[in-house]
Design a protein around this ligand. Structure first.
Ligand SMILES: Cc1cc2nc3c(=O)[nH]c(=O)nc-3n(C[C@H](O)[C@H](O)[C@H](O)COP(=O)(O)OP(=O)(O)OC[C@H]3O[C@@H](n4cnc5c(N)ncnc54)[C@H](O)[C@@H]3O)c2cc1C
Length: 450
C-alpha cells in the first residue's frame, strides 16, 4: 500500500474533469495511488497552446493568477512559473505593475516581492496539462463523459459510469475506482448522483452576482501602458460597470468589460468601445481606438457564487471527493478561482499524507478552510453591489474608505494588495493602523511617507 488513507484501497483513482482543479488533483493522486485516470468530456490532447475547449467557456476572458495560485501551483509543479514565462506568459510584479482603481481611488503603487502571471486560461491549462501527462501512471480518457456513480451495498462509491461525450443515452461503461474526485466545474452533478444513491444533498449556499463579461483581445505589446501590465476598474453600486485590461501571452491584451444587472456590455464593436470609454482611464481608451482586435467579442454571464457544504454532511460515503468550482465557485471578478482549486488539491495531499479517520470528512473540512475567507471576501463585495439597504451601503462605504486610504497610505495599499492576491488573509485589513486610516476623518489624517 502507498501512503494514502488506510481506510481506502489505493489501486486506482479517477478524476472527473481536466480543468485546473482536475489536473491538480491528478498530480496529487499519482503520489498516492497505483494509477490515476483523468476523464474529460472534451477532446483536449490535440489542442495547441492557448486553444480553449467547450467545457471551459471562461477561456476567452481576462485571466491572471493570484499570488497564492502561483505558490500553490509551484508546490505541485516545481518550475511551472519559469516554464510559463519561457513559453510567453507575462510576468508581473504586482505592487508596481498592477493598477487597481475602485471608487475612483487608485491603489498606491510600490515595488513588492509579489510576482505573478498573466496568461489566458487555455495557455495555463496547456502548460499544466503537459506537466500532468508527463507523470507516470496517469491515463487521459478524453471525449468521455461521466454520467453517474457506482456504489456498493453500503452506499460507498466504488467507481463511475462513463460514456462517449454527449451519448448519455447509451449503456454506460463502469469504471471501477477506489476514489473518485469530481472536478467537473460549477455544473457538477455529483450532488444529484449521490441523491440517486439515497444520500442527502449537501446544503448549497448562493450569493447573487449577476455579472456579465464581454471580452475581446487586441494586438498590443506588453509595455503599451509603460510599466503597467494590468488595469482593474472595480464596479460600485453607483457605477455597476467595471473592467480588466490585462496583458496576456503573445503580444496581446484582453479587455474584459463587466456589467452588473442590466448594465450588460454591448456586443457590437462600437458599443463595446463606447462602454469601455465610460469606465476606463484615458490612456486605455486612447490605445483601444487604434489597436487591432484579434478575435470576436465573447460573453459570459455569471449569475451567482455557489458553494456546496459537503463539510456539513454527516455520513458522507467513502470513495468520493469534490474539488474546485464543483465545490466552491466564486465570482470571477475576484480572480481567486485557480488559487482555491489548487489550494484544495494541496489540502487533499496533506490529508492523504496523514491517514487518520474518514478521508472525506478531513478533506471537506480542509477544503472549507482554503475557501472560506476568499468566499466571504467575494460575498461582501457582491452583496454591496447587488443589494439595496443599510448593510450593503455600510459595506460599500467601508470599502470606499479603505480604497481612499490605500491611495494615500503605502501600508494600507500593501495590505489591500495582499488581500486581493490572497497573499494574506483579508482579516489583516483589521489591523489597528489600517482601521485608524479608515476611521479617522481625512482632513486630520497624516499621509505616511512613500
Ligand atoms: C469569466 C471567468 C473568468 C475567470 N478568470 C479567472 C482568473 O483570472 N483567475 C483565476 O484564478 N480564476 C479565474 N476564473 C475561475 C477559474 O477559471 C476556475 O475557478 C478554476 O480554473 C477552477 O476550475 P475547475 O477546474 O474547477 O472547473 P472548470 O474550469 O469548469 O473545468 C471543468 C472541466 O470538467 C470537464 N467536464 C465537465 N463535465 C464533465 C463530465 N460530465 N465528464 C467529464 N468531464 C467533464 C469540462 O470539460 C472541463 O474541462 C474565471 C472564471 C470565469 C467564469
Amino acid at each position: 500500500m502507498r501512503r494514502a488513507d488506510r481506510q481506502i484501497r489505493t489501486h486506482h483513482a479517477v478524476v472527473l474533469g481536466s480543468g485546473m482543479a482536475g489536473l491538480s488533483a491528478a498530480a496529487v493522486l499519482v503520489g498516492h495511488f497505483d494509477r490515476v485516470t483523468l476523464v474529460e468530456r472534451d477532446t483536449v490532447s490535440p489542442l495547441t497552446s492557448g486553444q480553449g475547449h467547450r467545457g471551459v467557456p471562461q477561456s476567452s476572458h481576462a485571466h491572471g493568477l493570484a499570488f497564492s495560485a502561483v505558490q500553490q501551483l509551484e508546490r505541485l509543479f516545481p518550475g511551472l512559473f519559469r516554464q510559463c514565462v519561457t513559453a510567453g506568459a507575462v510576468q508581473m510584479e504586482a505592487g508596481s505593475q498592477g493598477r487597481a482603481i475602485y471608487h475612483g481611488h487608485t491603489l498606491r503603487q510600490a515595488p513588492s516581492d509579489i510576482n505573478t502571471l498573466l496568461a489566458t486560461r487555455p495557455f495555463l491549462e496547456y502548460e499544466v496539462r503537459r506537466r500532468v501527462l508527463e507523470l507516470p501512471r496517469i491515463t487521459l480518457r478524453e471525449n468521455t463523459e461521466a454520467a453517474g456513480l457506482i456504489a456498493d451495498a453500503s452506499g460507498d462509491v466504488r467507481g463511475v459510469q462513463v460514456c462517449p461525450a454527449g451519448m448519455t443515452a447509451l449503456a454506460p461503461e463502469n469504471l471501477e475506482a477506489d476514489l473518485v474526485v469530481d472536478a467537473t466545474g460549477r455544473g457538477a452533478r455529483s450532488g444529484a448522483w449521490l441523491e440517486r444513491l439515497g444520500h442527502p444533498r449537501a446544503p448549497e449556499e448562493r450569493v447573487k452576482a449577476d455579472v456579465t463579461y464581454a471580452s475581446r483581445h487586441f494586438a498590443l505589446s506588453p509595455d503599451v501602458l509603460g510599466n503597467d501590465r494590468v488595469v482593474l476598474v472595480g464596479a460600485t453600486s453607483a457605477q455597476p460597470r467595471g473592467l480588466i485590461f490585462a496583458a496576456q501571452e503573445r503580444n496581446t491584451w484582453v479587455l474584459s468589460l463587466q456589467g452588473y444587472g442590466n448594465h450588460r456590455p454591448p456586443g457590437d464593436p462600437a458599443g463595446f468601445l463606447a462602454y469601455a470609454a465610460a469606465v476606463a482611464p484615458q490612456d486605455i481608451t486612447h490605445h483601444l481606438h487604434t489597436a487591432t482586435p484579434v478575435d470576436e467579442i465573447t460573453f459570459h454571464r455569471f449569475p451567482c457564487g455557489i458553494r456546496r457544504r459537503y463539510d456539513k454532511l454527516h455520513g458522507f460515503p467513502a470513495g468520493l471527493l469534490v474539488i474546485g468550482d464543483a465545490l466552491c465557485s466564486v465570482n470571477p471578478v475576484y480572480g481567486s478561482g485557480t488559487a482555491l482549486a489548487v489550494g484544495q488539491a494541496n489540502a487533499l495531499d496533506t490529508c492523504l499524507n496523514r491517514p487518520d479517520g474518514s478521508l472525506a470528512r478531513r478533506y471537506f473540512r480542509a477544503a472549507h478552510r482554503v475557501t472560506n475567507l476568499p468566499w466571504w471576501l467575494a460575498a461582501c463585495g457582491d452583496y454591496s453591489l447587488t443589494r439595496q439597504g443599510k448593510r450593503s451601503r455600510l459595506l460599500g462605504n467601508g470599502f470606499q474608505r479603505l480604497m481612499a486610504a490605500a491611495e494615500r497610505d503605502p501600508r494600507t495599499a500593501s495590505a489591500v494588495l495582499k488581500s486581493l492576491l490572497l497573499v494574506e488573509s483579508p482579516l489583516s485589513l483589521t489591523r489597528p493602523h489600517i482601521l485608524r486610516q479608515i476611521l479617522t476623518p481625512a482632513r486630520v489624517r497624516q499621509v505616511s511617507p512613500a
